[in-house]
Each structure stands twice: as C-alpha cells, then as structure tokens.
Design a protein around this ligand. Structure first.
Ligand code: FE2
Length: 277
C-alpha cells in the first residue's frame, strides 16, 4: 500500500496582491495538487501549514481544490493553519479531526496535532498530557505492526534544525520516551523546518519534507511486507518553479529557502522493517 504526502503548502490569501501573483497562485496550486492526487496512493496527507495564515478564504479555496479529487485526505494542522480563524472553524471547514488513528492490515497511521492554537509568539510544537497518553496507548496497541505518525513539528533533536529554538516539539515534552515504547518499526513524518531530512534512531525513522514552494515534489511511502520505500517524486517543471518563485517572493509569513532541495539521502530511503518471528 502507498501513502502520498506533501510538505508545507502555504496556500496564500491574495488580499491586495496584484493580478500576476494571483494568477500565478491559481495556476500553481491547481497544477501541483492535480499532480499530487494523480499519484496512485491509498491515503493523501498534508503535514500542516496547508494554508499560509489560517484565513477563511485560504482554507475554503484550498479545500475546494482538494475536495474535487474525492480522495482519502488527512491534514495534521500546522502552526500557520491556526493563526487566523478559530480552531473550531478550521475543523468545521476542513472536516479534519485531529489526533486520530487509522488502522489496516499493513499499517497503523496516526495524525497528531503538534501546533499551538493561535500562539503568534511561539511557533514551536507542543503536546498536552492527554495527547501523550493517547499516543502511548496507540503505540502500545499497535504492537509490532508498522506505525506511521504524521505531525507538523519534528521531534526535538532528530531531523535538520530540530535542535533550534521553535523548530521542533519543545524538548520538555517527553514524546521520545513514548516512541521508545514501540515494539516494531516506526516512521515519524513532519514538516515545519522547510528542509529535507531523514534521520534514524533505533527502530524509528524521522522524515522531514521541505516546503512545496521550494520544491515541487510529492513524497510516497511505499509499504511492502519487509520494507518501506520512502520516495520523492518530482512533479515539477520550469514553468511550475517559476510560478512558485513569483508566489514565494510576494507573500507575507513565508520565505523561500535559498538552499533549495536536500540531497538524495535526505529525500529517499529504504526502511527495513523490524521483523518478529
Ligand atoms: Fe511552514
């Protein structure tokens, strides 16, 4: 089975922007999301910052595109998704519950909400005691089955820049202690830092995907019996990256990453499953 996911999308509002930028936005996001949903997968995931400032128009417009494809879509909220309209409204418009699990024979999928609610001073990640208890319960319940966690913020001191202030779940949240209770293979997927990065620690692989305006690729977890192939599928072209440059240089709350995409080992990897006999 396959799970396709995208990094921070930052679909922006176009209040007071000129017509060229608006046209670039409409064309870019329509084409990119079409490429995303054309990839054959069982689930399609956004790891947060789907919108640039959590505005109602951003949320409604991006969901209008997404809903056209009628695919099983999961959205783990990022900090930018919770800067504008109230969280309850974000949930109502997106119809996306947070802190959910989906299980089948191959995988136990978790969508974890790490973003703080309307905190403009602190964009780091946080988990409440209730969330940690719930996560622990899910990890124990998954036994030795593959677990894949989708969340916006990295675990502290795992992927690139996750040891910097605000660029992870804060280190006093003991999520790593809970992850260590996993018996089989775990994959933790996050965005937030706009840098491609893959790191491993014991039975866990941490996968951080860059932002879509920096790199027009779709990530796929291809899950087979013994391995999980982490793939980066480039759906870009010069036209699309030109549009991304126009958008990225003309919106607030977002900056294009001058370092561009990561090296292949930071974008593709084969996870050998821990096998129990
Ligand atoms: Fe972001």
């Amino acid at each position: 089975m396959k799970i396709a996911f995208i990094g921070d999308l930052h679909y922006p509002s176009m209040i007071s922007k000129d017509e060229e930028v608006k046209e670039a936005r409409d064309e870019f996001y329509t084409k990119f999301l079409q490429s995303f949903f054309e990839i054959k997968a069982d689930y399609y995931v956004s790891i947060g910052d789907l919108t640039n400032f959590g505005r109602e128009d951003e949320l409604r417009e991006v969901y209008e595109i997404i809903s056209k494809y009628d695919k099983p879509f999961i959205h783990s909220f990022g900090n930018h998704d919770l800067y504008g309209i109230p969280r309850e409204e974000v949930i109502n418009i997106s119809n996306m519950e947070q802190n959910i699990s989906i299980e089948n024979d191959h995988v136990h999928i978790i969508s974890l909400e790490t973003a703080r609610d309307h905190n403009h001073e602190d964009h780091s990640g946080y988990l409440s005691k209730e969330q940690l208890d719930w996560l622990e319960h899910e990890i124990l319940r998954s036994e030795d089955k593959l677990i894949v966690i989708f969340a916006h913020h990295p675990v502290y001191d795992t992927t690139t820049h996750s040891n910097y202030p605000y660029l992870s779940i804060v280190p006093d949240v003991p999520i790593l202690d809970i992850l260590r209770k996993k018996k089989g293979t775990g994959i933790y997927v996050n965005g937030h830092n706009h840098r491609d990065s893959i790191e491993t620690m014991d039975n866990w692989t941490f996968v951080q995907a860059g932002a879509v305006l920096d790199d027009q690729s779709v990530r796929v977890l291809d899950i087979s019996e013994n391995d999980v192939f982490i793939q980066s599928i480039d759906v870009g072209n010069p036209e699309l990256s030109g549009l991304a440059q126009i958008i990225g240089s003309n919106i607030n709350h977002f900056q294009l990453n001058p370092q561009g995409i990561g090296t292949t080992p930071n974008r593709e990897y084969v996870v050998k499953k821990v096998l129990y006999v």
